[in-house]
Design a protein around this ligand. Sequence first.
Ligand code: OVM
Length: 410
Amino acid sequence: MNEPVPGDCPSTDIDPFSDEFLTDPFPFLTELRNLGEVFYLRKYQVWGVARHAQVTEVLHNHEVYSNAAGVGYSNLKKEEPWRAPSIILEVDPPVHTTTRGILTKILSPRALRELRDQFAIEAASLADQLITTETFDAVTDLAQAYILKVFPDSLGLPPDNRENLLTYGGITFDSLGPRNPRFEAAMNRAEQIREWVGANCAREALTPGGFGSKIFEAADTGLISEDEAALLVRSFLTAGVDTTVSALGFTIRRFAEHPEQWDMLRRNLSLARSAFDEVVRIDSPITGFFRTTTEETVLGSTTIPQDQKVMVLFSGANRDPERWDDPDRFDITRRTAGHTGFGAGIHGCAGQMVARLETEALLTALAQRVTRWEVTGPPAISLNNTLRALATLPVRAHQDAHERTNPAPV
Ligand code: OVM
């Protein structure tokens, strides 16, 4: 094999797929940023970027930094992929241009307007139910319960066995890492779920009016084939559940830690949107994706050869002190534009408007009912090669009577 020579590029033994890194990546991300504009991850023989400037530079140059070899560690052009590659994420233009165009239309703010009321109804109903329980798990009872209701409903999926979506998302995000025990365990789970996923991407499974049937309408006009429509539906199943569940879990933890921010939201519900983006910035559900160089290129002062994997650490860019004032501070009034929690460039999250709409509805319903959050037991982090999330967060949702009628003054 033709080993790349790192030259004067700093290199490191930090392992972004180790338990220690996944448990608390932030000290490691600081180290990686401090190494330089580009670094070389010795254990995996790949390059990496963790500063905001280089992360955005890579993400905005899709011609040199390609997605067609996959966004994980393994090179899909050299290794047998475990599933058919995504026709929106794991491709470059011009294929990407067509599929992205279809999703952009289906997920436009205008198309999403009609979902707002439905999300608000479901959010209010869940919030009402949760406050009668008072103590619950913010991950399973709140984040998962809500997303597994509203997202598959919008897609048009049948109501049964929706927990499989969490399993499938977890498998896919683990599969983007190296072949470590987490990857192998994911492959073992994949077999049991393949058939269910296939069946739920089919035209017959999807109720009219949902995102899924709108994708099949694009097949009816000849823009994509029937098989491609099913693959695009699969992207919704993959990307739309674990990601928002993760963000919601972190949201509740952040507000439990920062009651003054919760008070601020309660006094001004229009902050729900920026609060969610601030969580996506500071907690970055997706740690990072890879790109693959299509030619020899210079990044910072490093020459990277052709056909090399580059790990793009969204979470590093999102805490870069060169870009953000006091980056570790949770501030729901922060101007979060430019965060890379949804990626950036042509592959920037296609579903981010849905995610914002979902979380805005739930945060609003909760802020109207809950006066403060108390964490009542140890939270646990779930270890996944790519997706950072809480596995559990036991909480009490307080509804102090005096505060409910008379919120604290500013
Ligand atoms: C897809 C896909 C897969 C993983 C992640 C993702 C966050 C999308 O299948 O298109 O977006």
